[in-house]
Design a binder for this molecule. Structure first.
Ligand code: GDP
Length: 193
């Protein structure tokens, strides 16, 4: 996709009403620090559109980035950071769940996991949420450049086994540094538009 323009159009907070949108939406979820902001920036060729996290978990908003007036990239707040208290976690859960339940334009939810680590219970819960809300999950394994080539198959296997992925589940190794996986992800998004 040729990126002509990108704007942060809508920011949804815990107390906000969910917006009614009129373009297809592609949401991105993952634990804090997984590389979500970097991936979004890489997707839209911007250096600092989405905030890369100095302070993990600070953003408790759902951000809708309008790309070319043809789709929204929806940045869900990162989960699972160590210092969140239960109240914050509960609010996060309610907000994200409300979004997944109510969005009528959501085409796919991309779940980001760090390629170097097996998914944890939060990732598994997010995966189950995606599936139980009827969305096709797209698993994106981030920070591919951090592995040596010969380590990649073993790490991919561990992620697939932990999430219990089937053959038909979409799995994309990605690197914001080298842009590996970027074209594949855009192709997938364009097919779903
Ligand atoms: P977020 O909290 O999920 O939005 O994560 P960020 O995008 O802020 O990334 C967290 C840290 O990982 C930052 O220091 C990034 O520079 C780094 N990072 C993110 N993606 C990659 C990647 O693909 N390769 C490498 N080497 N580092 C990455």
């Amino acid at each position: 996709m040729k990126i002509k323009k990108v704007d942060l159009d809508i920011v949804v907070g815990v107390t906000s009403k969910m917006p009614t949108t009129n373009m297809p939406e592609f949401a991105f979820a993952g634990k804090s620090n997984v590389g979500k902001s970097s991936l979004i920036n890489a997707l839209v060729n911007r250096k600092a559109l989405a905030r890369t996290s100095g302070k993990p978990g600070k953003t408790q908003t759902i951000n809708f980035y309008n790309v070319n007036d043809s789709l929204y990239i929806v940045d869900l707040p990162g989960y699972g950071y160590a210092n969140a208290n239960n109240e914050v976690k509960a609010k996060w859960g309610k907000m994200v769940e409300k979004y997944l339940r109510n969005s009528t334009n959501l085409k796919a939810v991309c779940l980001l996991v760090d390629i170097r680590h097996a998914p944890n219970s939060n990732d598994i819960q997010m995966y189950d949420w995606i599936v139980s809300n009827g969305f096709k999950p797209v698993i994106i394994a981030t920070k591919l450049d951090k592995l040596k080539k010969n380590q990649v198959p073993k790490c991919i296997k561990a992620i697939k086994e932990t999430l219990n992925l089937g053959k038909e589940d979409i799995f994309i190794p990605f690197s914001s540094e080298t842009k590996a996986g970027r074209d594949e992800l855009w192709q997938l998004i364009e097919e779903m538009l």
